[in-house]
Write a protein that binds this ligand. Structure first.
Ligand code: HEC
Length: 258
């Protein structure tokens, strides 16, 4: 009489330790590429979102800056209260800040703001190439706008690319892992389902963070959750295909058949 574990082993139509060499090659190639892809994705997140708050490493603040924006004010206003404070008189600064608060319209710009900028800001901002030329209305208007974070159009675009593309990756990761042996069927099913669940959490969290920065931590948990589940599945699959057959002394003909 076979034990439960053996039963499972026998009943599965295909299992990782004894799949043919060509299937092992196929699965392994896929796992290696996806594994490197996951590392690259991690690096990309650290480089794009990670630097959003000016410090390396992904923090809740980075996520908030990326999706919610910095709604405390515009960059222009921040600079006028910061490193550009002493370039014009206090009166002039107040005038510019009022103009920003009132919606930075072009009429007032031409009438009273442009002259200040010409007098007090132009000498640097038209001559130093790395600085924005704020004597042009279009340029200063952009700096005067409050950073609202990710806009709906781009968020919709990255959401659907992310959902379709990543679901595809998880499908095959889970598919390969479904042939692993020795797992309780519930543990296995949960591991296979986890990345999909966290993917949904992750993408919903982008949208929620856009509305309320309190949801930023969900983005981190979502990303961490599916990376962890996929890593477990990928490494287990590799282990069962290449190391387990030999350790279990079932390195028989079958395990290395074509
Ligand atoms: C003496 C040269 C100089 C003058 C005059 C000057 N700036 Fe600047 N400005 C800089 C430099 C250098 C930077 C980049 C370093 C920084 O952000 O503090 C900068 C950066 C800025 C930025 C941020 C640009 C960005 O995209 O990061 C804004 C906005 C700005 N200045 C506005 C002004 C305004 C408004 C005035 C006039 C009231 C002004 N500046 C006058 C040298 C100057």
């Amino acid at each position: 009489m076979a034990t439960v574990k053996e039963d499972q082993h026998i009943n599965s139509w295909i299992n990782l330790p004894s799949v043919s060499m060509s299937i092992k090659a196929l699965f392994t190639g896929y796992i290696l590429v996806v594994g490197i892809g996951l590392l690259m994705a991690g690096a990309q997140i650290i480089l794009t979102h990670g630097m959003a708050d000016g410090k390396l490493g992904v923090s809740v603040d980075d996520i908030v800056y990326s999706y919610y924006g910095n709604r405390s004010g515009s960059k222009l206003e921040a600079k006028l209260n910061g490193s550009m404070k002493d370039k014009a008189t206090t009166q002039e600064n107040i005038k510019i800040i009022k103009w920003i608060t009132n919606g930075s319209d072009e009429h007032t710009w031409n009438e009273s703001i442009s002259p200040i900028v010409q007098n007090k800001c132009a000498r640097c901002h038209t001559s130093i190439p790395s600085l924005p030329n704020i004597t042009q209305y279009k340029v200063i208007k952009e700096l005067a706008e409050v950073d609202l974070g990710a806009d709906v159009t781009s968020l919709t675009r990255i959401s659907h690319i992310h959902l379709f593309g990543i679901a595809f990756i998880f499908f095959f990761v889970g598919f390969i892992f479904s042939f692993a042996v020795g797992f309780n069927k519930w543990v296995k099913a949960i591991l296979i389902f986890t990345p999909f669940a966290f993917l949904l959490i992750d993408v919903s969290a982008w949208w929620l963070t856009r509305l309320d920065p309190a949801f930023a931590w969900l983005v981190i948990i979502g990303g961490f959750g599916y990376t962890l589940a996929s890593t477990i599945m990928l490494t287990t699959s590799l282990y069962q295909m290449w190391i387990m057959p030999c350790r279990k002394k079932i390195c028989d003909e079958n395990a290395w058949s074509d």
